[in-house]
Design a protein around this ligand. Sequence first.
Ligand code: MG
Length: 359
Amino acid sequence: MDDRIIGHIDMDAFFAAVEERDKPWLKGLPVVIGADPKGGVGRGVVATANYAARKYGIHSALPIQKAWSYSESARKRGERGVVFITSRGRRYAEISKEVFDIVSSYVDTMQITSIDEAYFDITNTGSYEEAKRVARQIKKEITQKTKLTGSIGIGPNKMIAKIASDLQKPDGLTIISADETYDLLARLPLRTIPGIGPKVEEKFKRLGIATVEGARIFSWQEMQDMFGSHGFSLYQKLRGSGSVTLREPQVRKSIGKHKTFPEDTIDLDLIHAVIEEMGKKILASLHKKRFTGFRTIVLTVRFGDFETKSRSLTSSEPVHSLSILQARALKLLLPFFEATENPKQKKIRMVGLRLEKLQ
Ligand SMILES: [Mg+2]
């Protein structure tokens, strides 16, 4: 197979950067985008923290309450408190489209993996040098048109491209050619490798191993003994091999909403009312997006202890009406109040409703 040249773009602190651009008064301040902290009792998590807020230890997925308390500590030290901003999803989606329209004008194939990340294939540039020139051009056009910066990594496969895009954030451009991959990877911490999480890291740590190079002493058989079915793929990743297949952006497959309650609750009437409201909204946006119906409905419940369960129903014929949607949602919901799905009668923290197999 031909050697491919793959790129990965990751916008820098994307949501925060959009807000900073739209609200110039935020310049220089620590900014956190996410749930409303409600003076320290809010629920939900941080979506993005800008670089100034990250200095306080705030990062994505941190509970918003923690972010609030870090901000308060900073204030007590005499530093600037964090500006908390509620996510504006539609705005970020608009800008995301602008960014990816620019990228796609330079490349043959692109796989969008999140609102601010995508892989692209630039094998047709013919060399890493030329690929770098194109990447610089992409970055320049994005900054000119959107006033935002992104980091690009280029490598022989998706894994290396993604690792590279992260190496010199923000506003980075990092090339790891096929020839450099093996040696460059050797020096990096194990956690750099996708698929190596805290558990695998810990396992190596107990063996005195902290870098990719250290972990390479094991044969693939030994890796399989240690990590079971993931062993072989880990073995390959440690040596820098990875997939080069890009999936084209897919059409939207599902549409849904979720709600975290201000307080955990087991009040069926309340929860049912919330789900009915959600059903209405979801069906309206389904129609707005020109779908006529759906076949699968998924109800997700997160309990107070964060245990999360989903139940779903799929019909052979597409569903179009709100009343059938509501009836099915209720049917999915009830077992969460019964011994089958909720033997300990735990309170519920969040509910979500999603429609799939859209028509
Ligand atoms: Mg990003």
